[in-house]
Design a protein around this ligand. Structure first.
Ligand code: PEP
Ligand code: MN
Length: 352
């Protein structure tokens, strides 16, 4: 932390800062310039916050140098992490060496629809199945998901296909039932700042897929991840899903630069959701190619056996030729950026 003194700060005011810092066990290094004096602080940053240094006379500004998040920061963690998703006998990696393709329906509608979407996804190369049982809809009149019945369908489809499941939880009260059925719990963009829910998934014992809030800065998103980590769960995968901007041509603006920025700042894996970013199926394949090329650890996309009849997000669901084009991209591009398909690294060692 650096304290910048006002140009007219007196020696007494500078001394007052150094005394306050010493009072909590910190060290203050005073550097006197021609116009201004700056004071570098070394020690426990949280105790410095408690000093309220900005309110002292003669203090012009206080800057923090280290990240405000700790557990998810690379500053305290060498290298990038891998998160394993699935049952003990079948765990799929999401991390820096692999590329993980996650696909499935936006919402679980029926057993048949979910099974067909899962089989299409698996045939296209997906190693994890997505599907919402609890849907966070903008309108209270829209299909809200099948709830518990949807979780049972997902578990049944996992039995048939072998694909571990990722599903959203929208209410902290549902965390135990979702964790009992799912292999990974998703916190969606609308709940990315719901700190009670973040703490609850932090205690659920399963990996968490944390989407970026649609108006969240990268720092706010990583602070949300810190809430999960602080409750003891470091198995967090971040998901860039587009942010709200002035551009109406796409549903959201995919912030592709978030991928390398996050990777430089945090050790957590990061994947991209081009379906919810674009809201249009014609953009899903090009944006997926971009995500793989920029170094994302995976993509998560919507597929549907019959998009015209989808109860949720039909316009962005892949099917037929688009899904085949995505399968080709997911097979070909990751090796060019030094990654192997996550399906080749399933633990203990079984191949898909
Ligand atoms: C979803 O993945 O189904 C979803 C609702 O995504 P988001 O929270 O990114 O809108
Ligand atoms: Mn959706």
């Amino acid at each position: 932390m650096v304290v910048v003194m006002a140009p007219d700060a007196t020696d007494e005011q500078i001394e007052r800062v150094t005394e306050r810092v010493a009072s909590v066990g910190g060290e203050a290094f005073v550097s006197r310039g021609v116009v201004r004096t700056i004071i570098g602080l070394v020690g426990d940053i949280d105790s410095f916050h408690g000093l309220n240094l900005r309110s002292l006379p003669g203090v012009a500004d206080v800057h923090r140098i280290s990240d405000p998040f700790k557990l998810v920061s690379r500053q305290h963690h060498a290298g990038r992490s891998t998160v394993w998703v699935g049952q003990p006998h079948h765990q799929v990696p999401i991390g820096p060496e692999t590329f993980t393709f996650i696909a499935g329906p936006c919402a679980v509608e029926t057993h048949q629809q979910t099974l067909e979407a899962a089989e299409m996804s698996k045939a296209a190369g997906a190693t994890l199945l997505r599907g919402g049982a609890f849907k966070p809809r903008t309108s209270p009149y829209a299909f809200q998901g099948l709830g518990r019945r949807g979780l049972e369908i997902l578990a049944a489809v996992r039995e048939t296909t072998g694909l571990p499941i990722v599903t959203e939880v929208v209410d902290a009260r549902d965390v135990p039932v979702v964790a009992a059925h799912a292999d990974m719990l998703q916190v969606g963009t609308r709940n990315a700042g719901n700190f009670g829910l973040l703490q609850a998934v932090g205690e659920c014992g399963k990996p968490v897929l944390l989407k970026r809030g649609m108006t969240a800065t990268i720092e706010e998103w990583l602070m949300a991840a810190e809430y999960v980590a602080q409750r003891g769960n470091l198995d967090v995968v971040l998901c860039e899903r587009g942010i709200r901007t002035f551009e109406p041509a796409t549903r959201n603006t995919l912030d592709i630069s978030a991928v390398p920025v996050v990777q430089a700042t945090s050790h957590l894996p990061i994947i991209v959701d081009p379906s919810h970013a674009a809201g249009r199926k014609d953009l899903v394949v090009p944006l997926s190619r971009a995500a793989i090329a920029v170094g994302a650890d995976g993509v998560i996309v919507d597929v549907h056996p019959n998009p015209e009849e989808a109860l949720c997000d039909g316009p962005q669901a892949l099917f037929g030729g688009d899904l085949r084009a995505l399968a080709t991209a997911v097979r070909r591009i990751p090796p060019m950026v030094g990654r192997v398909d996550a399906g080749e690294r399933i633990r203990p060692s079984a191949r898909r």
